[in-house]
Design a protein around this ligand. Structure first.
Ligand code: DAH
Length: 343
């Protein structure tokens, strides 16, 4: 009997120590199985009862029950404490602080070249033009021949070209799109053709072997140079301010007659002369003219009935002027510090 009591006390003491040390519900569950389960410590002690004399058994049974109840009560208490701790921990881990500001995703910006091209196209879209596009890998036929620039013409030399074969090249200008459109469409025609062009040029602050133009073309009955001037005047005002003037200087392009280079009055000094316009008061922005009768005829359009004007605007030049960019290389280097200024 005394042996049994000693065993029960040892079990009880050992349980209390282990229960205090157990830090998780799982550990407590393991304890429950080990002490109270069918193969548990308490059960094996109770088996000893069989060896006791009959008169001692009731007292022994009571002692054993008391121990079991004490262990159960202590376990329940400890389970409650640990479960509460676990819950608190989980809540703190799962906590979302909705008062924190969100993660700011950096917003991209339009590239200055895209921006300038869009602004130019918008002026003409507003006048009823539509957008046309052509291939960058172009036939000599469209890039030169059909534009009244036959083999051996000096104008070819000034557009030193990347040839792919004798008859295929990287287009040097967006003008071939004019021809493609006039071949396949009957007047009235009003188009702008934005696109990339290529010339074998050495890169510096104002030149690049790859650059962008926007070609414009209007063909209809009774189109005059006055229409050309009015349309370009609108472009200049929209992009560089209402005070802006344009100036036409006589020039030569094989595919227009008459031809002109078009200057825009300096948007910095207003025409007085400054660093930006190199003291001129004017900055060259594009080429233009009345479509040459030979070009019209080549496309099956009767120059006795129809006339048209055309122009080619430099997108880089426009962007540099519009946004005050001094070196066009900045627009090709993809430096985010530069690009992010155009938001
Ligand atoms: N294609 C010419 C160039 O790249 C620019 C140009 C001039 C286009 C006169 C035209 C035009 O359509 O009429 O230098």
């Amino acid at each position: 009997m005394d042996d049994l009591r000693t065993s029960l006390e040892r079990i009880r003491g050992q349980f209390d120590r282990e229960a205090r040390a157990a830090g998780s519900s799982q550990e407590l569950e393991n304890l429950r199985v080990r002490y109270l389960g069918k193969k548990g410590e308490l059960t094996s002690v109770l088996r000893l009862m069989g060896q006791l004399p009959a008169e001692e058994r009731p007292a022994a049974g009571q002692a054993a029950n008391e121990t079991r109840e004490a262990i159960e009560a202590a376990l329940a208490e400890r389970v409650a404490v640990v479960a509460a701790q676990e819950r608190t921990l989980r809540l703190s881990e799962e906590k979302i602080d909705i008062t924190l500001p969100g993660i700011r995703r950096p917003m991209g910006a339009r590239h200055p070249l895209s921006k300038a091209a869009d602004e130019i196209c918008d002026v003409f879209l507003g006048l009823g033009y539509s957008i046309a596009e052509g291939p960058e890998v172009e036939l000599d036929h469209y890039n030169f021949e059909m534009l009244n620039t036959p083999a051996g013409h000096p104008a070819r030399d000034t557009q030193d070209t990347f040839y792919i074969s004798d008859s295929v090249l990287l287009r040097t200008q967006t003008s071939p799109v004019q021809v493609r459109v006039m071949e396949s469409t009957r007047p009235p025609i009003r188009i702008v053709c934005p696109g990339r062009v290529y010339r074998s040029d050495t890169i510096d602050a104002t030149h690049s072997a790859v650059f962008h133009q926007i070609e414009g073309l209007a063909v209809d009955k009774g189109i005059t140079m006055g229409d050309l001037v009015g349309s370009l005047q609108l472009y200049a005002r929209r992009l560089f301010g209402e005070e802006t003037k344009i100036r036409l200087r006589p020039h030569h392009f094989p595919f227009t007659e008459p031809s002109a280079e078009v200057d825009v009055s300096c948007w910095v000094c207003g025409g007085k002369g400054c660093r930006t316009c190199k003291g001129e008061g004017w900055v060259e922005m594009l080429g233009a003219g009345m479509v040459h009768p030979k070009v019209l005829v080549g496309c099956g359009i009767d120059p006795e009935v129809y006339s048209g004007f055309a122009f080619g605007i430099g997108v880089e030049r426009t962007a540099m002027a519009r946004f005050g960019i001094e070196d066009l290389r900045a627009m090709y280097e993809n430096d985010v510090r530069f690009l992010s200024q155009f938001k």
